[in-house]
Design a protein around this ligand. Sequence first.
Ligand code: HEC
Ligand code: HEC
Ligand code: HEC
Ligand code: HEC
Length: 360
Amino acid sequence: MNLTIPPFAKWLAVVFTVVLVALAFFAAPISSEKVQRGYRGTGMELVLNASTLDEKLEASQVPAEPWPREDTTDGPLASEVYENVQVLGHLQSANFDRLMAAITEWVSPEQGCAYCHGEEGNFAGDDLYTKVVSRRMIQMTQHINSQWTNHVAGTGVTCYTCHAGQPVPENIWFDDPDALYAGGLVGDRAGQNIAAPEIGMTSLPQDVFRPFLYEDANIRVNGNEPLPHGNTASIKQTEWTYGLMIHMSESLGVNCTYCHNTQNLGSWKQAPPTRATAWHGIRMLRDLNVAYLEPLGPVYPQMRLGPLGDAPKANCATCHQGVYRPMFGAQMLVDYPSLQAPGPEDLQDPPMQQTSEIAQ
Ligand code: HEC
Ligand code: HEC
Ligand code: HEC
Ligand code: HEC
């Protein structure tokens, strides 16, 4: 049989080829870098997309010091000069002022001092909730940097690590009413089966933060003994574990092999040291959420609380923001020794106070 090709099909083929060639020619080359994370041949590699990496690097530029720190013990202390400094009174007042300038740059660069002190500049008063929250944030930062060095090392964190120039950090979480009270017409979804961004748009349970980063639910899939007695991990627990693992991977911008030899996910012996760092990170977050962030609930105005009335809390992304080391490991803390550990006067937590005003 003689196959005749209709002329329009020939034209179509020509146009198609031209478009393809043009695309190949003009499309931006996507360059990627591979970093080997484990033994050769184990496939433990991290693939980094160079253009997203550049974007992230750009976004990770840290603000410069407002002015150099004074290294003297001659000047008056903040507690002598000011009326109501409960956690930073031991600082030289010049260095106290410098820290105020830095905090403003880190948390409320647009709103300025007024965000915590009001338009009238009532510096000693505690009427704005933002100031009361900030005092607790100073203590939390000192606590992270002194108590959680097995996670944050000497790099540590400043307000900027989480806030990045905004009063409300980009990544926070609340209890999810869909996850907790799923039901009604569609039946009980047991907190899963809707594509949720926090777990990479999978249908895994999305309420992984409360059990794992607030409570200390067991993060296990494998049993220690053979079935039928050994493995007490349920399918639900397995799905939850994977939900958390996806959150951790996405928060750091890495894949599973950053922390596991995927040939045996449970094995600590085969895992790179990053897994141990992550283990401490999980414990650190439970501590921060339970001891610092959730108890701030009564201090916040209603509009800052979650749909179920709980306070905003932190997860891996709050600090990491898509990068394996926050701000690519920028060393900011060295310039602010007052944030490295609590001062001598801070033996007791300051009283919490209920206010609900916000300075715009
Ligand atoms: C993000 C919140 C925040 C911002 C912004 C901020 N401060 Fe403060 N400020 C505080 C906190 C918290 C205290 C109390 C510290 C303590 O109790 O040790 C304080 C205390 C003070 C005090 C002591 C007042 C007294 O008599 O007790 C002065 C002065 C001060 N700030 C000045 C400034 C200046 C100037 C700026 C702007 C450059 C500024 N602050 C920006 C949170 C903030
Ligand atoms: C580990 C991350 C983390 C660090 C470090 C941190 N914060 Fe926060 N901060 C949070 C979270 C989470 C919230 C809750 C967000 C909200 O208010 O909705 C918050 C809220 C606040 C608010 C209330 C903002 C508002 O409008 O509701 C202020 C002010 C603040 N932080 C100041 C500070 C200061 C000052 C420091 C450094 C001394 C600091 N934070 C360090 C995580 C952090
Ligand atoms: C940033 C490090 C990190 C990344 C990335 C990571 N994990 Fe994990 N994974 C851990 C840690 C730490 C534990 C143990 C948690 C604990 O015991 O508290 C764990 C536990 C597990 C477990 C349970 C093992 C057992 O003993 O039952 C599984 C399964 C798992 N991860 C799978 C994954 C998968 C799949 C990925 C990729 C989607 C992944 N992980 C990404 C750190 C990581
Ligand atoms: C309070 C901020 C903060 C939070 C929250 C946080 N991290 Fe980190 N993390 C850091 C800092 C800072 C470093 C850098 C430490 C250093 O320089 O060695 C780090 C380092 C790491 C590293 C080591 C990276 C490397 O290549 O050395 C891993 C892995 C990691 N974090 C995982 C996690 C996971 C998983 C979570 C959530 C369970 C988490 N982190 C939550 C601040 C944080």
